[in-house]
Design a protein around this ligand. Structure first.
Ligand SMILES: NC(=O)c1ccc[n+]([C@@H]2O[C@H](COP(=O)([O-])OP(=O)(O)OC[C@H]3O[C@@H](n4cnc5c(N)ncnc54)[C@H](OP(=O)(O)O)[C@@H]3O)[C@@H](O)[C@H]2O)c1
Length: 337
């Protein structure tokens, strides 16, 4: 990769799953990075200090999304900002205000500091939650989630992210900020941070025995490294504009458990659907052409699932069954075999 030495960028929420990968790749490219975290002294952020180049070119700044001054200080003097920090929860109080106010604060600070570009980490949740979309419609960057539908279904994550993205667009127009938005689907892959984030939990539950069945529903997936690379592509490509869907493939949960069971037969992966009365949910169609046109090559979802599980094992979040465990399990659950 060509070196970007001398360029200074800010990454908000630097200790998170996606942001940690983004910081890693930015440092590898020679950028100087200011990462915002809520508590630089929290050992959960130590992995950032161990990244290659961190000693020379990474500063961790204390900042909260609701505290404008803290963000302003982190952003001032940078060339660009990647705004990835956001709560990831369905609790309306914890979700909506920090996501929306935080976005307002970042765009305002970026305007004040006259940054070259803001890359905002939005979500597919701002794109596809629309009950009135025709079943055959290809989900693309013109689609927007229906706020009433999100509210009525109590999907406060999608609600908060949608208002936050709309706010980012309105404010960046008003303040003359060059904004580019990435809309990733569910992100998987190796963890750099020590804790398990919400999207990786989605897979962990199928391996620990806590999910006895799988849902009759579909989900799109993408590899965390591809998401981080896409952020950098959007920052570095002057012609990049608008929204960019970042997705590799849509799978039914039945496909996910089948892939997991083939790679890791030693875990109690569910083999029954929780709803066998309705027809099997069909994958929706989407396009990821805009990112492909910028040169992004997506990692196949099977590899992504494999690497996620290996990483969960390596980080100690998932026990690696020994041969003895396997014998005990087979004896105690003969009906499975
Ligand atoms: N993972 C996915 O599947 C996925 C898919 C689409 C979009 N996204 C978006 O990608 C971004 C990163 O998600 P992630 O999966 O990497 O989640 P994550 O690991 O939970 O990271 C979220 C980060 O946001 C920070 N944060 C939360 N509330 C904050 C606040 N009030 N002030 C300052 N920082 C705050 C957290 O900091 P603390 O460590 O201090 O809590 C954490 O570093 C989010 O914007 C999310 O909506 C994620």
């Amino acid at each position: 990769m060509p070196s970007e030495s001398g360029k200074v960028v800010c990454v908000t929420g630097a200790g998170g799953f996606i942001a940690s990968w983004l910081v890693k790749l930015l440092l590898e490219k020679g950028y100087t990075v200011r990462g915002t975290v809520r508590n630089p002294d929290d050992p959960k952020n130590n992995h950032l200090r161990e990244l290659e180049g961190a000693k020379e070119r990474l500063t961790l700044c204390r900042a909260d999304l609701l505290d404008y001054q803290s963000l302003r200080e982190a952003i001032y003097g940078c060339d660009g900002v990647f705004h990835t920090a956001s709560p990831v929860t369905d609790d309306p109080e914890q979700m909506v205000e920090p996501a929306v106010i935080g976005t307002k604060n970042v765009v305002t600070a970026a305007a004040e500091a006259k940054l070259q570009r803001v890359v905002f980490t939005s979500s597919i949740g701002t794109v596809y939650m629309d009950p009135n979309r025709a079943p055959d419609k290809v989900v693309d960057e013109t689609c927007w989630s229906d706020l009433d539908f999100c509210k009525n279904t109590k999907n406060w994550y999608c609600y908060g992210k949608t208002i936050a993205e709309q706010t980012a667009w309105e404010m960046s127009k008003e303040k003359g900020v060059d904004l580019v938005v990435i809309n990733p689907v569910l992100v998987l892959g190796p963890l750099l941070q020590p804790t398990v984030n919400a999207s990786v939990l989605h897979i962990l539950k199928y391996l620990t025995g806590s999910a006895k069945t799988y849902a009759n529903s579909v989900q799109a997936y993408v590899h965390v490294k591809d998401v981080a690379l896409a952020h950098i592509l959007l920052y570095e490509t002057p012609s990049a504009s608008g929204r960019y869907i970042c997705a590799e493939r849509v799978l039914h949960r039945g496909d996910v458990v089948e892939i997991l069971a083939k790679f890791f037969p030693e875990y109690p992966i569910p083999s029954k659907c929780s709803d066998e009365t309705r027809p099997r949910a069909k994958p929706y169609k989407f396009t990821n052409q805009k990112l492909k046109d910028l040169g992004l090559k997506f990692t196949p979802v099977k590899q992504c699932l494999y690497e996620t599980v290996k990483s969960l094992q390596e980080k100690g979040h998932l026990p690696v069954p020994t041969q003895n465990d396997e014998c005990i399990r087979i004896k105690s659950a003969p009906n499975r075999y």
